[in-house]
Design a binder for this molecule. Sequence first.
Ligand code: CMP
Length: 142
Amino acid sequence: ALERTFSIIKPDAVAKNLIGAIYQRFEAAGLKIVASKMVHLSREQAEGFYAEHSERPFFKALVGFMTSGPVMVQVLEGEDAVRRNREIMGATNPADALAGTLRADYANSIDENAVHGSDAPASAAREIAYFFSDEEICPRTR
Ligand code: CMP
């Protein structure tokens, strides 16, 4: 089905000047960028976004890292967008990521792993709404 998913290019990848390279991967895979912006997350924004992880031992480090520099947030649209984006990203831990995936090629570690992508359509809807208003999303008609 035609879906939307939510994506973040994390501070490590922005710092390495990889925004264009990563956008190229999305577009080459047939995912269309229908909303995009750069943001430097506040602690409150990062804590709210990752609230489901608040009891995990890595939560404090995760929030510290995600607020350490600017990120790019984007909405990707396409057939099976959630699963397709997860395939392009590769496993959360770059040590487990298949060759040719974003995390295999660009991640530093499980913490600094270059990109985030929604894990299911329901979380995609929640994550998109966390960062974008309806007016900021531009569906493609051509
Ligand atoms: P992300 O998809 O952004 O969601 C939560 C992040 O926590 C995850 O990517 C990883 O970068 C980070 N993280 C650190 N340790 C772990 C872990 N043990 N399991 C899952 N995520 C982890």
